[in-house]
Ligand binder design. Sequence first.
Ligand code: ADP
Ligand code: MG
Length: 668
Amino acid sequence: LLATSCYHQQGRERAARSFPMIFSPPGAGRCRLSKIGATRRPPPARVRVAVRLRPFVDGTAGASDPPCVRGMDSCSLEIANWRNHQETLKYQFDAFYGERSTQQDIYAGSVQPILRHLLEGQNASVLAYGPTGAGKTHTMLGSPEQPGVIPRALMDLLQLTREEGAEGRPWALSVTMSYLEIYQEKVLDLLDPASGDLVIREDCRGTILIPGLTQKPITSFADFERHFLPASRNRTVGATRLNQRSSRSHAVLLVKVDQRERLAPFRQREGKLYLIDLAGSEDNRRTGNKGLRLKESGAINTSLFVLGKVVDALNQGLPRVPYRDSKLTRLLQDSLGGSAHSILIANIAPERRFYLDTVSALNFAARSKEVINRPFTNESLQPYVLGPVKLSQKELLGPPEAKRARGPEEEEIGSPEPMAAPASASQKLSPLQKLSSMDPAMLERLLSLDRLLASQGSQGAPLLSTPKRERMVLMKTVEEKDLEIERLKTKQKELEAKMLAQKAEEKENHCPTMLRPLSHRTVTGAKPLKKAVVMPLQLIQEQAASPNAEIHILKNKGRKRKLESLDALEPEEKAEDCWELQISPELLAHGRQKILDLLNEGSARDLRSLQRIGPKKAQLIVGWRELHGPFSQVEDLERVEGITGKQMESFLKANILGLAAGQRCGPS
Ligand code: ADP
Ligand code: MG
């Protein structure tokens, strides 16, 4: 806004002086755009990523506030690793522009080459990403002295369309512009602020449209300024602690190049260029945002979060690209991926206070990262809190996986600090020492970040492209899971203790409950399944009195019966009708005799104490005895009218064992 205001006030001549590159004659280092075959279809293009490190601003020299990041070559940079003073993190990008790079360097290196595709009917987009204050607006808009990507691209495109669309050329070209912002997931027309939230649609050819969005034809840079300057004033800006004119919305400038063939077959082509100054990617907690600001940040982060996922999906060639998950990415659906040409410029700042947001921005943008085993500078990120704790060489070197042999490229990189020199005594410092003296809020964030990095890094997940919001959600989930695991462990311990106590108690009380040996069971948090064999108390007493007696206890298991010896641990399965064989003949005879005695001498009431003998059957037995005399054997019961052979058998089975063991039969 500042830059374009100046253009407006000072006029085109002044602007021409400010943009010598743009206004210089064709061929003199300016745009070398050319039309190429209209029908050729280029292969799908991924999103290219460049990083721009701005210089120190506001007089914050590097001496009192040393940088935490620096370039290594034209594609990579390194940043101090807060976790380990002896390591740096090296990031690799399509391009890296250091603090001395000019606006022209960025434009010519990363933006100008994609503009030619607009005249092929393809789309392109340039997005400036990064925390507030890191230089997004400077990169996109710039100042009159240092015009940014937007004025340079507009100048070039307009110049090109004039040349290509001149009379006598096969195509007639026209350029229109629209300017909108996405604020809290609402699409607002900055050229017509009264229009309200606009809808994003897709036509049958997959072209993204915004019905109702103002489109202004522009034929010159003056036209562009006339529309752009007042529209910029409509932008929603808010003050945060980080930056007084911090943008809280995504500003999207859309430039369309329409082409119509002058002769048959009168083809038409349209190329769209999106120039986007994204909202700040900084963390809410650091800007002191509250209430509405926090809500804004949330919305901003949602869009940026989805943008990160879209870029990831495109660059990894994933089958599903989540364009529809945010307004920003939906709008860019036909201009990110496919045949579109896109460049993401991640802006970062060198100051230490930006460290966390810089790491976050780099992780968002990075294609690859590696840990380099060398100190970043003699001063760490918290140089004044370091204590003289001596560590062994092993500790100094850090984890083995972090160690990498230095490549020739790294060797070549010069450094003002004696980085490659062996660690001095003052460098042999414990990271823990540093942490203990850190601001607790900062420490908490670093530790959370560390946990996440460790967990993701170990799985080889796309660590570097995980946006902030997703990290927060992940960290929360990890914490919740940890708590849940702790809770389950405690519960398991309680249950185990309970079971052991119960077992000890049972042993003390000589409880007849027979649990299987512990080693045969799996200890779980679930309620233990009791596999107890209940047997009459008298039986146990009898067994104790005659330990050699072989008595087997009937046990039901499913449809089969299991016979389990009191002595043996291993149960053995037997057929149902073999039960009698398991009782020693003496005991069997003893039981039979007792039943016979009862049948011959017992009253009706006594007989009812036998199993399966009710009052009716007891009366029948007594009546039969009076008529026929005593029973000679228990099987004579079968002769009693009303008692069948089957009933007699069941009677024997039910009574003989208890009586054999000296049991007094209870009522059935
Ligand atoms: P953002 O838009 O990301 O919030 P700005 O573009 O407003 O950040 O930059 C913040 C400050 O830093 C501005 O004063 C701007 O002029 C200055 N600045 C940013 N990048 C550079 C650069 N490459 N060279 C010089 N100054 C810069
Ligand atoms: Mg800005």
